[in-house]
Structures are given as C-alpha cells and as structure tokens.
Write a protein that binds this ligand. Structure first.
Ligand code: ATP
Length: 288
C-alpha cells in the first residue's frame, strides 16, 4: 500500500498546570502552559473509499476507540465528504503517559485530511472540531508554546522558548486522565503553582524563571500514591536536570537540560530502573 502524506504528531509537556475549579459541565477549568516536544508519532495518509486505520508500535484498537480514527470519522461526518482514507499510525509516544499522544494523533489526522480532502477548513474550525474529540487536541493542532485555558479549548500562542533538552522518564504503568482529575477533587486545600509568574517568564524568554516556576497541581494527587515518581524526580535532579516535573496527569516525569546533547549525556548516567527513558527537545511548529 502506498501512503502519500506524512504528518508528525508531536508529544507535549506541561511547564505549569493548575486547576481553577470545576465547571458546570463537570470538566475542570484549567490554566496550563504547554510545550511541544520533538518526540512524535507518524501518521501516514492516503486517499481511499472508506476510513481504515492500521496501528504499528502499540497495542491499540484501530476502530472508533482510536482517537485517530475518531478524528477522521468526525471530520467526514461534519463536512459530508464522500471519500475516505487509509491511515497508518506509527506510535512512538508512550501511552497514557501525560504526553497527549492520542490527542496529537487526532490533531495530525484533522490537519492531514483537511489538506488531502481539500476541505479548506480554517484553523479555528479545526480547533472547534478537535475540542469535541479531546481536551488537548486544539493545542496539538497549533503546537509550539501556548497558554491553554478552559478545558483546553482556549489556546493562546506564546513566544517560543530556546530549545531545551528534555529527558522523559515513564514508570511501566499508565494513568487514566479522568481518574486523576476525580482524585484531585478530593484534595481539600491544594497548593497552586505560580502560573502567572510562569507566563511572565515564558513571555520574556527567561529560562531560569521558567525552571524556577515549574509546577503541576496534580503532583499532589499522584506523588503520595506512587512514591516511585518522587524517586524518578530525585534521580533526574541528581543527574543534572535544572528542573523536574510530572507532565499533565502523569505518570511521565520530565527533566530539563541546556540542550539535547547534555540530556543525552545525563541519560547515560541512569542505571536500569523501574522506568523507561526518552531523550528529546522542545519543538517549534513547522511552517505549512
Ligand atoms: P493526555 O495527556 O492528553 O491526558 P495521555 O498521554 O495521558 O493523554 P494518551 O496516550 O493520549 O494519554 O491516551 C490515553 C488512552 O487513550 C490510551 O490508554 C488509549 O486507551 C486511548 N487512545 C485512543 N486512541 C489513542 C491513540 N491514537 N494513541 C494513544 N492512545 C489512544
């Protein structure tokens, strides 16, 4: 089978993540700054009569339970497009990791099919469609560095930071985002990270200010339940990460380094542990 379009689906981390409250629709009101990484899945797309998905590199369903399939199906139904597509998804982003792998795939499919099918949908229309698939999809459609608010549908691009090296360490279990937020609701007085300070630091390109303000309110749910995540944070700090934090709803922890080469060197110091490691760096959105 020949695939004629390749789209990269980039993972993200959250430099800061705070929950402001619960909305009437029971979603959580978030304020977060997201940053895309160079780590990505690859989505290969070719025109076909029906929508068909093949998944390589992960044990994931290839039907409507897959966010990549759901994105294609929703786009076709909303636009009334008569054709389909063969989609091959090559997974590299770890699953249920707090890195928005599924949302990235959905965004890549929306972007790719909008072009392949010649739909001419505006970025704002794709984002609205993406929000119906998953909270992180609107951000994944844009990439780069952005302030994300609401349940994820309000995305404000921010100036890109210098490309830092990133070491990702994920324990051998995944976490359900929905369950993590349910557990968050039981915390009586959560400590909130300095999201305003982080926004100022990002806008002024102040890397040490960013590192000093890394914060994720959800660590207060996860760290007491999974002490190994605290241990991973300590290991990344000990091998020289300037800042360490759990990404999103976890369990992946990221460590920041001056650049990718330094992160690669640091990774060599890690002894085999109860986690897997990836080395990557901040990514900037590609020009269309
Ligand atoms: P987020 O940070 O957006 O909460 P996550 O990184 O924690 O996401 P994902 O890997 O995106 O989690 O996906 C969580 C679950 O969604 C998976 O365990 C899987 O069951 C389901 N899923 C559906 N489609 C995909 C896909 N294309 N890639 C990954 N997971 C998918």
């Amino acid at each position: 089978m020949i695939f004629n379009m390749f789209v990269k689906a980039y993972a993200k981390i959250n430099l800061v993540l705070d929950v402001l409250g619960t909305r009437p629709d029971r979603y959580h009101e978030l304020v977060t700054i997201m940053q895309t990484l160079d780590l990505h899945d690859v989505v290969e797309i070719d025109e076909a009569k029906e929508i068909e998905l093949i998944v390589e590199g992960a044990d994931l369903p290839a039907g409507p339970d897959n966010l990549a399939f759901r994105a294609a199906d929703l786009l076709r139904r909303r636009t009334g497009f008569a054709g389909g597509a063969n989609i091959k998804l090559v997974k590299r982003i770890p699953l249920a990791a707090g890195l928005a792998g599924g949302s990235a795939d959905a965004a890549a499919v929306l972007h790719g099919l909008n072009n392949l099918w010649g739909l001419g949908m505006a970025a704002s229309e794709l984002e609205a469609l993406g929000a119906a698939i998953g909270s992180d999809v609107p951000f994944c459609l844009r990439g780069g560095t952005a302030l994300v608010q609401g349940r994820g549908e309000k995305v404000s691009p921010l100036p890109g930071l210098t490309s830092l090296g990133v070491l990702l360490a994920k324990p051998f279990f995944g976490l359900s985002t929905a369950q993590v937020y349910r557990l968050y609701d039981d915390i009586v007085e959560p400590l909130h990270p300095d999201s305003h300070g982080m926004l100022r630091a990002v806008c002024s390109g102040d890397v040490s200010g960013v590192v000093a303000r890394l914060g994720n309110v959800l660590e207060q749910v996860i760290l007491p339940m999974h002490p190994e995540i605290r241990e991973i944070k300590e290991i990344l700090a000990a091998i020289g990460a300037s800042g360490v934090l759990m990404s999103g709803s976890g369990p992946t922890v990221f460590g920041l380094f001056d650049n990718k080469a330094v992160a690669l060197q640091a990774a060599e110091e890690i002894k085999i542990g109860n986690f897997r490691v990836w080395v990557t760096e901040f990514n900037k959105p590609e020009a269309d």
